[in-house]
Design a protein around this ligand. Structure first.
Ligand SMILES: O=C(O)CCC(=O)C(=O)O
Ligand SMILES: [Mn+2]
Length: 206
């Protein structure tokens, strides 16, 4: 398959792990976390076999349809309210295993986002998982089109914002105080882009 065949990225062999030296944040990027073959496989499976849903969200004084599609999966457990979220599929469990081995943390839920084209995106926010977890860790995996991921400090206007291209097969970790001090977004783009799938693994506590 020739989609997303960024030879520079996949042939560089650096397998680089990049630590961003940001104040009040702990952000790590690993390009090529999945091989091109693995990333192509997961992209196809997730794009075609996921029950993608639109959802409504408040925007100023209106309710609007979010510019992306989502699907939630969560482990079943007596102690956690999983709502209607189904169990993680075989492929989602495989991906989670790779992520957990890397970060040495466990996650019990994953949110899948589908950005169908450049009109889809997510506006500035930080990940709030539950009230009892002051510093939620989110581990994010991307398959498909490269889109920009921006981070900005919530309180220190003099700190420059950061722009990270998230490539096919990449992994991004936001740990420590990142979600307390920084917001992130995936801006819309006027470029003609193919779909992008993003998975954010989370630990939901009751
Ligand atoms: O698509 C992304 O890279 C980020 C998604 C995100 O921020 C979220 O689901 O909370
Ligand atoms: Mn987020």
């Amino acid at each position: 398959m020739t989609l997303f065949n960024d030879t520079d990225l996949f042939m560089s062999g650096t397998n680089g792990r990049k630590d961003f030296e940001l104040p009040d944040a702990d952000v790590i990027l690993i390009d090529n976390f999945f091989t091109k073959e693995e990333a192509d496989y997961y992209y196809e499976v997730l794009l075609n076999n996921t029950n993608w849903k639109e959802y409504e969200m408040p925007m100023y004084d209106k309710i609007v349809t979010a510019p992306r599609m989502i699907s939630w999966f969560q482990d079943k457990s007596d102690t956690i309210h999983s709502g209607d979220a189904p169990e993680l599929t075989k492929e989602l469990k495989e991906i989670r295993e790779r992520v957990q081995v890397e970060v040495k943390l466990n996650f019990n839920a994953v949110l899948l986002n589908l950005y169908r084209n450049g009109n889809d995106g997510v506006s500035w926010h930080s990940d709030k998982i539950n009230r009892s977890d002051a510093h939620p860790v989110t581990a994010s995996v991307t398959f498909g089109e490269t889109r920009m991921f921006r981070l900005k400090h919530k309180f220190r206007k003099e700190v420059p914002f950061v722009e990270i291209p998230l490539h096919h097969g990449s992994f991004l970790l936001m740990a420590g105080t990142t979600n307390s001090f920084w917001e992130h977004q995936v801006p819309k783009t006027a470029k003609k882009v193919l779909p992008r799938i993003n998975l954010t693994f989370r630990k939901v506590i009751k």
